[in-house]
Every structure is written in C-alpha cells, then in structure tokens.
Design a protein around this ligand. Sequence first.
Ligand code: ASP
Length: 297
Amino acid sequence: MRPVLIVHGGAWEIPAAAVLACREGCRRALEAGHRVLDAGGSALDAVEAAIVALEDDPVFDAGYGSHLNLRGRVQLDAILMEGATLNAGAVAAVERVRNPIRLARRVLESSPHVLLVAEGAEEFAREQGIALCEPDDLVTQSQRKAWLRCREVGHSSAAHFPSQQGTVGAVAIDSAGRIAAGTSTGGTCCKYPGRVGDSPLVGCGCYADDEAGGASSTGWGEGIMKIVMAKTAIEMLRAGHAPQEAADRSIRLLSDRVHATGGLILVDRQGRIGASFSTPNMAFAYRDAAGALVISP
Ligand code: ASP
C-alpha cells in the first residue's frame, strides 16, 4: 500500500511571527519521515525520524527549546507505540536527554517496561549508550526570558505570548500496513516540577493499533487524560467512523466533557488521514493521495 505520514507541531495560538518557522519545521519533519517510508522503511522508524527533527527544532515544545517548569528547568516526556504488537515505550520528566523519542524507542525495544521516569529513565539511557546532556543544553534564551517574565508577573498565557510553543507528534502507516504513532513534549509552561501530562501515556497522548489506526494528541493534558483521547479516537475508527469524523468527535468530546482545547492527528488502517483542533491553530503537515504537500497553519 501507499505509505502515509502526518506530523504535528501542536495545537495552540501560533503568533504570526512563528507561522513560517512552524510550517518549515513540519515540512522538514515530514521529509525526514518520508525518506524512511519511501525507501521501504518501517512506520516506527519513520515516526521516530520525524519526531527527532521536530525535537531538534526550537520552535516546538519538545527536546531543545521546550517550555521551562516552575523551577526553570526543562522536563521532557515522550512515547512511541507500534500498532502490530501494541508494544509501547515511554519516558517522562527527563532533564538530560536531547531526543527523548529515541529513549522511548529503547524502552519499547530493549526493556520489559512501558514507562520510565526521571533519574531511572536517565540511568536507562546511559546503559543504552544514549549520551546525556546538561539540563541547560535544552534551554533557549527565548524560553528563559519567557520564564523570567512569568516569574515577575505570575504565570499566564499572556505572559508567555509570543513564546508559547506546541507539543509534537507523528503517525504513519508503511507499505506493509504497519502503523506507528509517537508524541514528544516539554509539557505546559511553568508546570509544577514532576507534572506529567497526557503525552507519554498510552491511549492519552498516543495510540497505535494495526487493526484500526494510529493517533497523536496535543493540548491541555489534564483534560486529554480524562477522556483518554487517542484511544477514544481509535475506538471510533474501529466502530466505523471515517478518520476526519473520529478526529472531530474526539475534539468535541474534549470540549463538551472536560472543557479543554486541543488537537489530534489520525491515520486509519487504509491510510486515510484526520486532523482536528479547537485551538486557534494547529501546526501539521502531510502529503495527500496525489502526493501534494498539505501544510497548516
Ligand atoms: N499535551 C501536552 C501536555 O499537557 C501539552 C501540549 O500538547 O501542548 O503536556
């Protein structure tokens, strides 16, 4: 079958000054993932490659350049899930790993566990030969400035604007019909130290099942967790809804049931795409059935 990939750079209010950088970041990540898929590679490799590109781009809230927590430190969460086996690997609250999605992959493939957090996750990274960085290596000047502003005036979205950023994610189906999905985030700005949102949780920030489809979520994690949004959307696919309808219904449920905003990307087992959001914008990109680039905002 024709391989399909969709990437996102978060559902949020993207300031005009960041629009081009978001588009370019999504385009580059899509290319990185498609290089893998077009060469006959697996959906899992493609999702990892796309998310590494997004994590390395400081315009997004993942990897280098993520939001700082209340203590002024970056704490990262990521997950990768494989739809053939339902195996997942995730890490949370890591402070010394540049590409947490690579570490999530190691958890998936080289540990008996699903989720490792904080020092334990970093110890596992060391054992796996993943180089650790200094916590400050993940901090950009603009996020440090935003954090200082918040500390002075009290945290608010307005204090963060225009330094707000979005979580990243990707969903792919490869030529063999294997589905994978992943999500990576620095979490919400000025979050409480140790706070973990939906992103690294199976069924909340991400889900993949070859029998139905794959999904990656973004938005207010405390709401997304309560409706187990990614799995909810996949169950809608299983029940026969088209991907766009499943994405729209999940985002409506997020708003109706827990009064939260967010976004979701989906690919079903036939390679059809859905993308929906209730925030002013969501950064995302994919190639349509004719191979043309579709990119937002
Ligand atoms: N869902 C992420 C979290 O709550 C944040 C986001 O997607 O913007 O950590």
